[in-house]
Structure formats: structure tokens, C-alpha cells
Ligand binder design. Sequence first.
Ligand code: NA7
Length: 540
Amino acid sequence: MTSRSVDSAAEVDVLVVGAGFSGLHLLHRLREDGYSVRVLESAPEVGGTWYWNRYPGARCDVESVDYSYSWDDDLQQEWEWTEKYPAQRDILAYLSHVADRFDLRKDIELETTVTGATWDESASRWAVRTEDGREYTAQFLVMAVGCLSVPKEVDLPGLEHFGGQILRTWNWPEDAELTGRDVCVIGTGSTGAQVVPALAEVVRRLTVVQRTPNFVIPTRNRPLAEGELEAVKAEYPERRRRNAGHSAGVFRSDNPKNAMEVDAAERQATFQERWEGGGINFLGSFADLMFDQAANDAICSFVREKIGEIVEDQKVADLLKPDSYPLGAKRPVVATDYYETFNRPNVSLVDVRANPLEAFTESGLALANGEQHDFDTLVLATGFDAFTGAFTKMEIRGRDGLLLRDVWQEEGPKTFLGLSSAGFPNMLMPANAGSPSVLSNMVTSIEQHVSWIADLLAEMRARGLRTIEAEPEAQEKWVEHVEEVAHMTLWPNGDSGSWYRGANIAGKPQLFMPYAAGVVEYGNALERSAKSGYAGFVLA
Ligand code: NA7
């Protein structure tokens, strides 16, 4: 390893791509451990996904006090969250504060887009290239690029004919002004369900284009009550321990009972209580919701009834009711006043499943049955090339010129423990495909990985080892295991088109990418490998 102070920033021990939750934590931890670290970030500010996704209504569905770092007690005691669920601007302010407070900015290069990286066998180092022609070399390349950072290619027929303005939720302009406009939103996933109610309040007319309806759970966000934050702070270490001890990486008071073992009245009362409580806790109504089709059918029926009660026009309500997949198979959406928004006189729903979108015109869009909808602003909330997009976009060449894009586009993201891919030594991938990632509180999963990576690097330094890489056989077994575990649940079922398994993008290899066994089981697998001398990896 080179010494902590490097002569040239172009040569470092660890190069981290991305300055979101993972990148900032990695920089802090590895720098403390004595490595030279450089973080390259394409945005003009830190924050990762929370910098880019600044559309109206953007909010996290994990509680503020849990969607934050646990590794510095002063930080968690000082920071003042104001609402139960954090808005995008609050998370961004928090991450910006972390960057300042721990003096991280001096090792972060903003507005620096990595375009490729090549493994140099003779030097056992990565050579990393940026869009503006800079080059770096590093012993370790850590891809802290996020699971949802590259938008899906927009596949809308004739979009080039549309004459109005087009806004993208994943790169929302700071100065977007939509008051009094006629707006159309395409996409009703987590993003669409958040942006729709926020826009409905300011625009003149809002047309919502829906292809597949989603199950939308009410957030029930609220300001934190007096004393609430102080109470959390008083028991923070215990709270963080409980979070790390729950499969979702955030403590939920899950009901241990199975839905079909209680009578209909108890089932209804339980769903009702959790629906009123709001948020992702609704999924903890019963233990078997993701395992037993009948239990899942029961919670689906409950939500469909709610949609029917909330939405006044029953034709619209029926269109909003999902019926082709289990609740959870497509990422459950948590949003505020989503269904209520369809009662507003300025909002209309256009179903493009029964009546497909034929083409965009100068003034709007035309449907297959000849219907025309006019608007002056189009908002795209069409989703992401999840998990793999950030990797396949770059030219990453491992041993013998092996191109990661070729391997992953053919076979999907094959890794051991989600951390390393055979043929790409010293490239580590925190909280992405092959680990619990999006099925957990991302911050808990990131902390789990950062501490494991820090231990790994310390061990390699102590033993004078230069490289680590997934063993091909262990990798094959891990990918099979991830798939097998997913198939023990209802997650991969139904006609959901879910990005969990690459099904939102035509031609993308379909395999279930996050590890469904959860943070605790996964942590055990990490520990087993580390304790047995990093079994499943080749160290040299
Ligand atoms: P999602 O969940 O992938 O949602 C994208 C939405 O866009 C979804 O409703 C899609 O319908 C719709 N879409 C995409 N392409 C089209 C076309 N061509 N025509 C009509 N509708 C289309 O992305 P989000 O950004 O909402 O959420 C991603 C995650 O980010 C979220 O879960 C959080 O974790 C953060 P479809 O379902 O494919 O029929």
C-alpha cells in the first residue's frame, strides 16, 4: 500500500466511484484506517441518488432516524430530523453536512464521470478513466454506484415529435416551474406515485399514464412530535442494534402470526390497524405474506377494497387496482394521497394497458383507439436500469481484457456475495445485486458492507496480499442460492415487470437480483466467509 499522503491524487490505494451513502462512508472509514482514498462523482454535489431524484414529492420510505449513519454517535446526537420520513432535500442536507463535518470533500472530485476501468495484471492495479480524460490508478476499485442510478432507456413511440417540454424525475431541473401547466406523467412506480400528488396541487391539468397499477400504501408522514427525537437519541445504540438484527435492516414490529391461521375478522382488523399506521410496517401485518399465496391474496384484496373506498369514480378505481401479481412482487409503493389525488377535478387517469400508447404527437399523445390527450409538459417517471446499468454503461475490463458488460449482459450480474465478480480482481460492489440491498434499509446494508470491506483490506494488508476475487465455483453457487431463496417466496411471481429481476427492460437477463433472505442471514454468510479465511474468494 502507498502511504496515507499521496504525492499525486492520480495514484491511490482505493478509488471509490460514487459519493452517495456508500461512497461517503467508505471514504471516511478507509481514510481513518490509513489508506489513500479518492472518490469520483459525476454530480456537482454529494448525495448520489438523493442529489439526482429531486422531483416534487421525493421522500424516503424508511424513517429519518433509521435512514442515517450509525457510525458516529456525535453525528446522530447532533442531527435534527424534523419529519417521520425524510424528504429528499433533508437527506441531501444531511449528506452534505456529513461531507463537511468529516472533511470528506478534500478527497472527492465532483463533476467527474468515470467511463471505464482496466485491470493492469502486471501492476495488480486498476487504471480508471474519466470523461474529461483524467486517469487514476488504484489497488482497489469500489463501485459505490447505487442500485437505481442509471435511467432505463426511454422506449416511447415517436417521443421526438412532442413539441412541449420534457422533464425527467431522475434529473429534475432546479428551476422547473409547473404552476398552471397542462402536464402528463408517465409511470406509476414509487416515483410516479410521489410526483403525481405533488404536481396535482399546482398544475392546471394532470394526465396520469398508467400501464401496470401498483399497490400504494399510505405514508402517513408527519412532523416529529415534541420529545420524539430526543427519545430516539437516548436509546440510539439499542435502536441501531435492533435494526441490524432485523432481516429488513430496520426494526419492524412484525406480527408473528400467519394470515390464514387467524379468522377473517382478526385478519381484517390487523390489516386495518397497520394501514392506518402507514408505511412499510403494513407488510409486517402477518408473517407469511410473502410465502403463502392465500395470505398474499388476502392483503391484495384488502388494498383493492381501500382503493374502491377512496376513489369516488369506480371505473377509475377499478383501473387502479392491481390484479396480476402478488403485493411485494413489484416494489411496494409508499406515497401520500396517491389514490385521493384521482378525486381531484384536474386529474385524469389514462390506462395504456388496455389501450396502448400509439405515438406522441406535437401536442400530446395518441392511443391505439384514436383517443388524443394534449398537454404542454411531459414528466417521465419511467424507472431505472436497476442494479446493472451503472456497471454496463462503463467499459470495465478485468483479467485478459474480459469486458464486464459482455458477461453481465449475457448472464446477469454474477457475483459471490454480491461483492466481487470472477475475472475482476479487487473490484468491490457494496449493497448491490446479490446482497439484500433494495430489500433492506439501504443504510444498514451499506454499513454492513463498509465494515466488512474495511476488515478485508486490513487482513490483506496484514498478510501482504495483493488481490481478492470471487472464486468462479463459489460465484455460481451464490447466484443459484440467491435465485433459490427468491423462489421460496412470492417475490418473483406474477406478471409484474419488476426491476427486481430485470423484467422492466426488454432483453435484459432475468434473474432475481437482490438477496431475499435479508440482512441477518446475509451477515452470517459474510461472517462465515471472513472467519474461514475468506472462503469463496481467491486471495493472492
Ligand atoms: P419503476 O418502479 O420501475 O416504475 C416505472 C414506471 O414507469 C412503471 O409504472 C412503468 O410501468 C412505467 N413505464 C416505464 N416504461 C413505460 C412505457 N414505455 N410505457 C408506459 N409506462 C412505462 O421506477 P420508479 O422510478 O418509480 O421507482 C424505482 C425505485 O426508485 C423505487 O422503487 C425506489 O426504490 C426508488 P410498468 O410497470 O413497466 O408497466
